[in-house]
Design a protein around this ligand. Structure first.
Ligand code: PAF
Length: 298
């Protein structure tokens, strides 16, 4: 497939590195304007801690015009601008895949002509230094349509291309449910680990029990208003299991705070609060976490 990966962050390089290895793919990388200088090569440290150097093929106008698949690997707060930059550059047949955390980043993009998919990942990957990513945890992908339609053969083609590059992947009709589950996990793990400056596993400590319980209750009420039904015990068990499975990990929001970057709080707990307001629901704990994160952001 002709593929453009947008974004040279951890997830962008993770996909670029794995997709270029398949000779049938023509892959290029589009880097953000914020990159001060773009090297000719990138580095990738794989799951076995083996480092490789690879050639960077940068996307040009022709790559965008011919792209069949565009992986948008930018932060949630960059999605709108990244989508606007694609205007008149890509074919109406191109398929856009959103790879960011959080929700609500593309709600005001109703005019998109291209079909859009969401790709949810549980892979761990981090940037060691610019253009050097490290794959820290093997995971799984869920892929599903969020707007527009794609043919069955295109869906199979995309699934096969992405699975071949980086297994495992499941195409799901229930992407909204999966996005909500990821959102719920991120609403709890990300802000608390960032505020407390702790690894994910420390969330299992008894001192967070009441806060986590209150947050989950708020999330369940907001989700129900969106016709997403969570069972309290199940959701709590899932969130704590993710914290356990990623015990040694530094959450993405904590990394953002530590590296003095803007966080995705507006599209995680902020999304929850905006829906709660529309529904007339109280979400005091989510609001408090947002205030605390904003105070830590520079
Ligand atoms: O954003 C993150 O860091 C991850 O989604 C998760 C699951 C919380 C693990 O760190």
């Amino acid at each position: 497939m002709n593929i453009v990966v947008i974004g040279q962050g951890a997830i962008g390089l993770l996909w670029y590195h794995h997709l270029v290895k398949t000779p049938e793919n023509s892959v290029s990388l589009s880097c953000s304007a914020s990159a001060s200088s773009i090297p000719s090569h990138y580095h990738f440290t794989n799951i076995k801690n083996h480092s490789e150097e690879g050639l960077l093929t940068l996307a040009n106008n022709a790559s965008f015009a011919n792209a069949e698949l565009i992986l948008l690997c930018v932060k949630s707060y960059q999605v709108k601008a990244a989508m606007e930059a694609l205007n008149n550059k890509i074919s109406t047949q191109a398929i856009i895949v959103f790879c960011h955390n959080g929700m609500g980043a593309y709600h005001d993009l109703a005019k998109i002509q291209q079909p859009c998919l969401a790709l949810l990942t549980t892979h761990g990957c981090k940037i060691i230094r610019p253009f050097h990513a490290q794959h820290t945890g093997l995971g799984h992908h869920d892929l599903g349509v969020v707007t527009g339609n794609i043919t069955l053969s295109m869906r199979d083609n995309i699934s096969a291309t992405l699975t071949q590059a980086l297994p495992t992947l499941i195409f799901t009709e229930a992407i909204k449910d999966k996005q909500w589950l990821k959102l719920a996990i991120n609403c709890v793990i990300n802000p608390i680990t960032a505020i407390e400056n702790i690894d994910n596993g420390q969330l299992l400590d008894d001192r967070f029990r009441l806060l986590i319980t209150a947050l989950i209750s708020e999330i369940i009420a907001v989700a129900a208003d969106e016709n997403i039904n969570f069972d309290f015990n199940e959701l709590q068990a899932t969130i704590l299991q993710v914290a356990k499975n990623t015990a040694e990990n530094c959450s993405s929001m904590r990394s953002d705070i530590l590296q003095q970057r803007k966080t995705e709080i507006d599209y995680i707990n902020g999304y929850m609060v905006s829906l709660a307001k529309k529904a007339g629901l109280g979400v005091a704990q989510n609001e408090k976490l947002i205030r605390q994160i904003k105070a830590l952001e520079v």
